[in-house]
Design a protein around this ligand. Structure first.
Ligand code: SF4
Ligand code: ZN
Length: 303
């Protein structure tokens, strides 16, 4: 097996592209894919200040490294969600990468800073820890980006994530989610910062190969709450299809982005946006869920 670019011995085969690469040419391919995605969707340019959300896993660590190496103006943000030892270990990985490479990092600790506890909230509101956690993360990404004058919030979502999310949304015809699933969510309100996914066309396997080749430390374990998540089942189903027919995930996602998504556009435009009466961040209700969470947790502490 020879590298399609330099004809030396190849080290990785990417069946969906019908291409194999040596390590050096893989890195070229990887960085090229990321910069192509950024340009294609006009995510940001070198003048923009980007907030990269980093969890410590392979995907976000790859995102951080590649954006820095490509010369973008990136500040990383890590959120400690209070998920036991998993959160402590991931924070260490992120902090160590920042200090070794002398990179700017914002750390938010939801317990220390806001008194939030996703387990208490989950019990009180009878919602899953993931749904509470998701609301908190989305709020903080946007708030920190807005307050800090950032142009975009970048996340490490990859092709496997996006295809699995799409499958889940299609299976239950979640029109609102389908309308909002894209590599770029543009700014629809002055206080809603653009969200971008520069790795949306790269697979988990490619991100893993990228961090291994660059000797980047990352947290190997997944969040304990991801076990049994439906998204994992969707990923397994898609992996089977991909094995039989390489390129399935890419065709599914790209086909939706090019031909399907526009049919759901008017659904998202109907959402009425307003500002939270407590914090002023954008919400669809009178008070945003983050402020309600803070009140619930602080009230529980007092009683
Ligand atoms: Fe949060 Fe659930 Fe993801 Fe864990 S798996 S980080 S609880 S959304
Ligand atoms: Zn609020």
């Amino acid at each position: 097996m020879k590298c399609v670019r330099c004809k030396q011995k190849a080290k990785i085969l990417l069946k969906r592209h019908n291409a194999a690469f040596c390590n050096e040419c893989f890195l070229y391919y990887y960085r090229n894919q990321v910069t192509k995605n950024i340009r294609k969707y006009k995510m940001f340019d070198k003048k923009d200040k980007i907030l990269a959300v980093i969890s410590g896993g392979k995907d976000s660590m790859a995102l951080w490294d590649v954006l820095v190496k490509e010369g973008y103006n990136v500040v990383a943000m890590y959120i400690n969600l209070g998920i036991g030892e998993y959160s402590n270990r991931s924070q260490k990985v992120v902090e160590s990468f920042a200090s070794k490479n002398n990179l700017p990092l914002i750390v938010k600790d939801i317990k220390k800073e806001f008194g939030l506890d996703i387990y208490k909230l989950s019990k009180t509101l009878k919602r899953s820890p993931c749904s509470i956690c998701g609301s908190i993360k989305r709020y903080l990404f946007n708030k920190v980006a807005y307050d800090g004058g950032f142009s975009a919030v970048a996340t490490g979502h990859n092709l496997d994530d996006e295809a699995a999310t799409l499958l889940g949304n299609v299976l239950s015809w979640e029109e609102g989610y389908l309308a909002r699933q894209a590599p770029v969510l543009p700014q629809t309100h002055p206080k809603l910062i653009k969200k971008v996914k520069p790795l949306y066309s790269l697979t988990e396997r490619e991100n893993l190969y990228y961090v291994l080749l660059n000797k980047i430390e990352f947290l190997h374990e997944e969040c304990p709450h991801s076990v049994g998540a439906r998204s994992i089942l969707f990923k397994e189903v898609l992996n089977k299809l991909e094995e039989e027919s390489p390129g399935t995930k890419q065709r599914f996602l790209n086909g939706f982005l090019e031909k399907g998504r526009r049919h759901f556009q008017d659904v998202s435009e109907k959402l009425e946006l307003r500002e939270c009466k407590t914090c002023g961040q954008v919400t669809t209700t009178e008070e945003c869920s983050f402020c309600r969470f803070v009140k619930i947790c602080n009230h529980q502490q007092e009683t």
